[in-house]
Design a protein. Structure first.
Length: 402
């Protein structure tokens, strides 16, 4: 079996290397691959208050990371395939996540390009719209982000980043496809070994594909990175956002026997606090992380959400082979660019995970997650869900010239 695994991994690496340009074959390479399988039981997978059944499922996820380096150039490619099979076959899907990044460095200049493609669904728990629609909604998103960084000296760096994101949905359930363009400029200055300050200005332009919704967003933030001591560190930023948004509403009137469609444009201008504050603590047998944030995020319904988040992550190394991970995430989601706020809500996710390292390549993990959601609208009922899963992961032997 080990001979088969080594042969399969080397064959995968050979195919990838042959796809690279000839001049890149002199570079150094590293290929890391793994595959995992997870059995799951969920009593309310959509976190809905309507009548529902429990579901069981199996999720298989192969992953690969290829890194290529030369003297002034480096690139990495992350790929992940997710095969979902559930007792309710309407939930079955084959998802793809692709992330490629490349950078070229000179003495004072760094040019970079990031490309992402995700074929995913609304059941992704990292999405702020997770569980809002009581069905699996397939989505496709792609992003292209070139950036430039200028190293003025050992203390000062300037950077400029552009980003183009396109999001599409395959099902007609009220989700609205959109494009998002943004441009950001930042200045970073190292005050000392323990302190770094930054200033960031970002502008974004959102347009829905149907032409009904749009907004312009401007964010100005001041940041600080501080190392309190060998154990405690802080990374945060605070600032202000200005949001100019509009949507169109079509009304039909009867004008002397003729039907006329009247388009009404509603405009909104709002300001809001933006905040990111993360505290990290290295423990004797683990790590603790606490994050408070308030940010603007494009939603799936044609506009902009203000999302306030609290996260806690605690990793504890029980022994050389056993590890425990506790995570808590609380979100308060509010629409700020439309007149209908029926999706305003709070979400709480609690998860505890136990991981057992069998040997260098095999590990198993078991997890329990509780999720609850409460809509602000009076007519929307609260709901919660419980999920149990048992997973197995195999790390293939690495192939590297480093």
């Amino acid at each position: 079996m080990a001979i088969y695994h080594n042969s399969a991994t080397r064959l995968w690496a050979t195919v990838l290397l042959l796809c690279l340009p000839g001049h890149a074959l002199a570079a150094q390479y590293s290929l890391v691959t793994k595959a995992s399988a997870r059995a799951e039981i969920n009593d309310n997978i959509f976190i809905t208050s309507a009548a529902h059944d429990s579901v069981s499922g199996l999720v298989v996820t192969p992953q690969a990371r290829l890194v290529v380096k030369e003297l002034n150039w480096q690139s990495y490619l992350n790929t992940k395939l997710v095969f979902n099979r559930y007792s309710d076959h309407n939930l079955d899907s084959n998802d793809v996540l692709f992330d490629w990044s490349s950078s070229y460095s000179l003495e004072r200049h760094v040019l970079s390009l990031d490309v992402k493609y995700n074929k995913d669904s609304s059941l992704n728990s990292t999405s702020s719209d997770f569980g809002v629609v009581a069905r699996r909604v397939k989505s496709r998103s792609s992003a292209l982000a070139p950036s430039y960084q200028y190293i003025a000296n050992q203390r000062t760096r300037l950077s400029l980043t552009a980003n183009r994101t396109q999001v599409d949905y395959s099902d007609d359930v009220g989700f609205i496809a959109y494009s998002l363009d943004s441009l950001s400029a930042s200045w970073l200055y190292t005050l000392s070994e323990r302190n770094t300050v930054s200033l960031t200005l970002q502008g974004s332009k959102y347009r829905s594909d149907d032409g009904i919704y749009q907004y312009d967003l401007t964010v100005l933030q001041v940041g600080l990175q501080h190392q309190f001591n060998e154990l405690w560190s802080f990374n945060g930023a605070i600032g202000d956002s200005r949001r100019n948004s509009s949507n169109q509403a079509t009304n039909t009137i009867n004008f002397f026997g003729q039907t006329i469609n009247v388009i009404q444009v509603n405009n909104f201008t709002t300001n809001g606090l933006v905040l990111d504050a993360t505290f990290k603590r290295d423990l004797e047998q683990g790590r603790l992380g606490i994050t408070f944030s308030r940010n603007n995020a494009a939603n799936s319904f044609g506009g902009l959400n203000e999302v306030s988040t609290f996260k806690l992550m605690h990793q504890y190394q029980i022994s050389e082979l056993w590890q425990q991970v506790l995570s808590i995430r609380y979100e308060d989601v509010n629409a700020v660019s439309s007149g209908v706020m029926v999706t305003d809500r709070t979400v709480l996710l609690f998860e505890i995970r136990l991981i057992r390292q069998i040997d260098r390549q095999w590990k198993i993990n078991a997890s329990y997650r509780y999720a609850t959601r409460q809509f602000d609208a009076v007519l929307a009922a609260d709901a919660s869900s419980n999920r149990l899963f048992l997973g197995l992961t195999y790390n293939f032997p690495d192939i590297s010239t480093f």
